[in-house]
Design a protein around this ligand. Structure first.
Ligand code: AMP
Ligand code: MG
Length: 182
């Protein structure tokens, strides 16, 4: 299987879909943001995961590289991360060339939903400090992610699979994702 990269904009439900798809399979689930935040906390530069995209670009890039090195040593994993991260300076590639080549995934999964659905999910998630994007901004972010995912694929020869996670259709999303894990 190798490394399967799972992406999707905040609030789309990528973690839920992929955890369910991997149920009963002997696959380790790794969250890139968690590795990054652990390193950032050790360095004393961040308090919580939603503070990370506000760090300087240099800090975020350095955390990406350190985290990618850790992931590259882990073998077969599902890696939960982002195609792009929305920073105050614009979209930052979550897997720039020097990161994606280290990770060298077999497949990249993009979990998507309608902007309206994502907007409502974010509004109803009190556990996170999500950004208050409009539906138009959510749409734009998903478009950007599709194109950058294909660029990552071109650099590594991985496939890209789009999985739709519409409201009340989790089972359907899981069915779309399972073949990628085989
Ligand atoms: P998540 O829990 O998936 O939303 O990840 C938490 C945070 O980790 C994100 O908001 C980003 O700041 C950071 N993060 C996760 N993956 C990446 C990545 N590939 N590149 C840069 N930052 C990332
Ligand atoms: Mg998540």
């Amino acid at each position: 299987m190798g490394v399967i990269v799972v992406t999707g904009i905040p609030g789309v439900g990528k973690t839920t879909v992929m955890k369910k798809a991997a149920e009963g399979m002997d696959i380790q689930f790794v969250t890139f943001g968690t590795i990054m935040v652990e390193i950032a906390k050790e360095m004393g530069i961040v308090k919580d995961r939603d503070g990370m995209r506000k760090l300087t670009l240099e800090q975020q890039k350095s955390l990406q590289i350190k985290s990618a090195e850790k992931v590259a040593s882990m073998g077969n994993v599902i890696l939960d991360t982002h195609c792009t991260v929305k920073t105050p300076k614009g979209y930052m590639p979550g897997l720039p060339e020097w990161v994606i080549k280290k990770i060298n995934p077999t497949s990249i999964v993009i979990v998507e939903a309608d902007p309206e659905e994502i907007y409502n999910r974010r509004a109803n998630d009190p556990t996170r400090n999500r950004d208050p994007d409009t539906r138009e901004e959510i749409h734009e972010h998903q478009q950007i992610n599709r194109s950058v995912a294909m660029a990552y694929a071109a650099l590594t020869g991985s496939t890209v699979k789009i999985v739709f996670n519409h409201d009340n259709k989790l089972e359907n999303a899981v069915k779309q994702a399972v073949p990628v894990l085989k």
